[in-house]
Design a protein. Structure first.
Length: 272
């Protein structure tokens, strides 16, 4: 009904009423078709973790020393003015070689070729060319949040096809190693204040992804994630040479960030 000029309701013609009803229906239908909420289906029921062997005596100490905390001053490596960019990366590697003669010195040492090729390194820098200096170009980024950069450094472990990854910071004008890892490395990435190392897996179509994050309490980069992920390479099998235990991580004892996966999910990284 519509009001008349005298304030009395006037009758709405039937044709006009039908038109208004049709228009309203169209508006409501349009609202439902664009941006309307749709059901995502039933929500899976939540389940508490099932604890196995509740009577098992809790462990009081780790079974393996995987070197969770790496904080080692590098003796004999100068840091002019406390600026890590002025520290010699080749000198840092030479200091490590000197500290571990059983691994590098002599023809019978596992990485004797690394030691021999250090003679090809320049006095003030590193080389990335295959067959020359085994020390790779350093990268600088603030990984500790103190506003100053850290140095992420890599060098080849020869004749094995392994790569050592190290992170150094400066404390009281001293070069300090705060992360140490070595393996058959596919890639190394810096994301924010995190170091990510990717390594091939023996399982076709998968790779390991390990993540280190700065911990202010321990004054070191801690291994905070160890995952096995799909690579998306179509199932290509990449065989990884076995690596010796690293000063920071033993591959067989590295902790996993995720519980064992279900049969339909990715293989668990803890099954190495």
């Amino acid at each position: 009904m519509l009001p008349s000029r005298r304030g009395r309701p006037a009758r709405v013609p039937a044709a006009l009423a039908l038109l208004l009803a049709t228009a309203a229906t169209g508006v409501l239908a349009a609202c439902g078709d664009t941006g309307g909420l749709e059901s995502a289906g039933a929500t899976p029921a939540a389940h508490h973790p099932a604890r196995l062997w509740p009577g098992l005596t809790p462990a009081s100490s780790p079974a393996y020393d995987i070197g969770e905390v790496e904080h080692a001053p590098m003796k004999g490596v100068a840091v002019p003015g406390g600026d890590i960019r002025r520290a010699d990366p080749v000198a840092a590697v030479r200091a490590e070689i000197a500290a571990h003669p059983d691994d590098y010195a002599g023809a019978g040492a596992r990485y004797h070729e690394t030691s021999a090729r250090m003679a090809d390194c320049g006095a003030d820098g590193a080389g990335d060319e295959p067959g020359g200096c085994p020390v790779l170009r350093p990268y600088y980024r603030d990984l500790t949040g103190d506003g100053r950069p850290e140095m992420t450094l890599g060098f080849r472990l020869l004749p094995d096809r392994l790569t050592a990854v190290r992170v150094y910071t400066v404390e009281k004008d001293r070069l300090v190693r705060i992360m140490s890892y070595e393996d058959a490395v596919s890639a190394v990435e810096l994301a924010g204040r995190t170091v990510i190392v990717r390594s091939p897996s023996e399982v076709a179509g998968y790779e390991y992804r390990l993540q280190w994050t700065w911990d202010a309490d321990q004054r070191a980069m801690l291994l905070t994630s160890d995952e096995m992920l799909r690579t998306g390479d179509g199932g290509r099998h990449a065989r990884r040479p076995s690596a010796s235990p690293s000063p920071s991580v033993s591959r067989s004892a590295a902790p996993s960030s995720s519980p064992p996966a279900a049969p339909s999910a990715s293989p668990s990284a803890s099954a190495r």
